[in-house]
Each structure stands twice: as C-alpha cells, then as structure tokens.
Design a protein around this ligand. Structure first.
Ligand code: R5P
Length: 286
C-alpha cells in the first residue's frame, strides 16, 4: 500500500503510513506562472493499493485533489482509496432556496469517477454518501479518538451544542463513562446563533462541548457562555474539523479554557489524529 498526501494533509498521511505500514509516495508540486496547480506523482503505483489523502477545503485543495486523482488514474494500480478527511460543502446538502446548487452532491459527482472507495471523517450528513454511485463511500467517526483525548485532559460532562449531533455526545459519553446532554440551538443566520436557556447539572464541572465542525465559532461561543452561566468550572471545545473562519480562534479563546481539533484540517489547535479511525476503515473495507 502506498500513501499520497495532498499538501494540507501531510501530518495525517504520515500518521496513517505509520499505522498501516504503508510507504509514503513522492509528489512533485509547484505552481504554473498563472498560479494553476502543477503536480506529478514520482512514485511507481502499478500493482499497488493507492491511498490518496487530500481535502476538498478550501477550494484550491479541491483542485489539487482532482489533479492527484487524475494522476493516479494514469497508473495500473490494484485499488484506489481516496481519503477526504474533511468533506467540504457538506452543510449545503440540499437546496435551501430555488436556484441554489446541492453543493455536497456536486462534489460527490466530481470525485466519484476516480476511486474505488472514498473514506471521509465525520461527514456533516451521512445522506451525502448516497450520491456516490460508481465509487463506494464510507464515513468514519472520530468519536473514539475524541474520547481518548478528553480522558487524557480530564472532563466530567460531555455536551452537544445542538440536538442534531446529540448522537456524537452520547457516544463520547459512553466511551468515557461520562454523562452527556445537549443544548438547544437556534440558528439565526450563517454567523449568528442563539442558545435557549436550559437547566443542566454542570455546576463546578469540567464540561466538553463536542461538535463536528467549528467554523465561525458562533455555536461554541454561545454554548460556552451558557455553560459558564450555569456554573461550569472549565469549558473545553472539541471538534473534528477546525475551520476557524476569520477571528473564530480569538472569539473562542475569550470564552473557552481549551480548544482542540483533529488533524483532518491541520491548525494550531490540532491535538489528536484520526489516523487510527481511517486505518481501521481502510482495513475493514478492503
Ligand atoms: C452545525 O450543524 C454544525 O454541527 C456546527 O455546529 C456548525 O457548523 C458550527 O458552525 P459555527 O462555528 O459557524 O457556529
């Protein structure tokens, strides 16, 4: 097995190579004078299981991922697995207004022609996997990895910032042996949310808010403020995908005691790897 890494996934790819015993492929990459992506796979892929680890976020990574996939398609590989650690545009998984695209489906249609299998992590909506027809698509949960990290940090309570992802908080609660619950979130617009007041027994407790994505930070900021209002002694924000749009990290550091995220998107808060979960899925679906 050989792993080829997109330019934003080198830490995860290295961890995955270590987990699986795969070799690490060599890619030459530069920019054309007009800034378009040039890349060339320098390793031999014939007869091998090829694992490309590459994101679709931000937009230029999507172009790079397509170029990498196309380069791989020129080889006589034995099987091709595309790992998209963070599947971008997943929150536009339906038309909210007439005339809009179903962006998550557009990505599925563009990506599915290349690999035999696509593996992604904590995709925002599982239904997106149904749009893959010519490739099999799988989602893995980072809950075990988040739970391991939270045990190490030390927390007393796990909370989902909205009802939509209560299953994640419950799963992490099960894995850590901690109580779990949810807050009630109302989204006003893309960057404004409000938490409904809720009575929770978090006084003097270390509470971990767990979410799939942190983007503007609005969800976590509001949840953290509500938890502090209820008397939580420490608030830890843990997510799989740390996008941290504009000044999100500054806003979060003002109300959270700690912010952690995985290596699906490398950033200053990356504190754990999803490589074990991805390695298990590569093996399970082989
Ligand atoms: C929403 O359904 C997601 O699970 C996240 O809570 C959301 O995407 C976070 O976005 P933001 O950080 O902008 O509030």
């Amino acid at each position: 097995m050989i792993i080829l890494s997109g330019s934003s996934s080198s830490k995860l790819s290295a961890a995955l190579a270590q987990q699986t015993g795969a070799t690490y492929g060599e890619i030459e990459q530069k920019r054309f004078p007009d800034n378009e992506v040039y890349l060339r796979v320098r390793s031999e892929l014939d007869g091998k299981t090829v694992v490309v680890v590459s994101n679709t976020y931000p937009d230029e990574r999507l172009v790079e991922t397509l170029m990498l996939c196309d380069a791989v398609s020129e080889f006589d590989y034995s099987s091709f697995v595309l790992v998209v650690p963070y599947y971008g545009y997943a929150r536009q998984d339906k038309k909210f207004k007439p005339g809009e695209p179903v962006s998550a489906r557009a990505l599925a249609r563009a990506l599915e022609i290349y690999p035999d299998r696509l593996i992604t992590v904590d995709i925002h909506a599982d239904s997106i996997l149904g749009w893959f027809e010519s490739a099999q698509a799988f989602n893995v949960s980072a809950s075990e990895e988040i739970a391991r990290k939270l045990k190490e940090i030390g927390v007393d309570f796990v909370i989902s910032p909205d009802q939509g992802r209560i299953f994640t908080a419950n799963r992490i609660g099960e894995l850590t042996g901690l109580p779990s619950d949810y807050l009630v979130k109302e989204r006003i617009d893309g960057s404004t949310v409000r938490m409904e007041p809720k009575e929770l027994d978090v006084r003097d407790k270390r509470v971990a808010i767990v979410d799939d994505i942190i983007s503007t930070g609005g969800t976590i900021v509001n949840a953290a403020e509500e938890l502090k209002r209820l008397g939580a002694s420490r608030v830890i924000a843990a997510c799989t995908h740390g996008l941290f749009a504009s000044n999100a990290l500054d806003r979060l550091s003002a109300c959270c005691d700690l912010v952690i995220s995985s290596d699906t998107l490398e950033n200053p808060t990356t504190a754990f790897s999803v490589a074990p979960a991805v390695a298990r899925e590569i093996e399970r679906t082989a």
